[in-house]
Design a protein around this ligand. Sequence first.
Ligand SMILES: Cc1cc2nc3c(=O)[nH]c(=O)nc-3n(C[C@H](O)[C@H](O)[C@H](O)COP(=O)(O)O)c2cc1C
Length: 164
Amino acid sequence: MITANETAKLVVCFSLTGNTRLVAKTMAKEIDADYTEIVPIRQYPLRGAYLYIKGGKEAVFKSEPAIEAGIVRYEDYDLLIVGTPVWAGTMAPPLRTFLKSPALRGKKLFLFCTHGNGPGSCLRDMREIAQGDVVGDCDFPMGRKAAAESIGQAKILGNKLRER
Ligand SMILES: Cc1cc2nc3c(=O)[nH]c(=O)nc-3n(C[C@H](O)[C@H](O)[C@H](O)COP(=O)(O)O)c2cc1C
């Protein structure tokens, strides 16, 4: 039950192989926020060369693939914590579709991404197209050595966002 002076928070992400989901769910738990995922109507292959060809090409060419409408009522939330994997140095294409959605107008957005080597221009690109008011961002390295530390960071960040 949300009282009048509480901010209703939602963590929402796209995740193909689970890294972004892990960070997102870690934050959602710390913040005590609701959680949902962005689901593209046409699925990507989970691995293999074709994933990198199709996913990389779509990311570079700024595709906006159709995403499922879902059952979440975005109007019920004040702060959305929005996450994506980095694909070809930018956001994964389903995020491009999501961030341009008129349903985000007037919302506060905190943006994050997960990656193997570096965020590239992902967070900057997300800020550029996001409807809504971006209040902060963060990137999480998820390579073998960095992942555990990133999950620790996600907990700390979740605690900070809890107070917003
Ligand atoms: C198509 C594709 C392109 C990628 N491009 C990059 C990249 O440019 N830079 C990078 O650091 N990681 C890149 N990665 C790795 C992912 O960003 C990283 O593994 C991420 O944490 C995956 O998140 P997920 O498990 O939630 O899908 C790419 C992965 C895929 C599948």
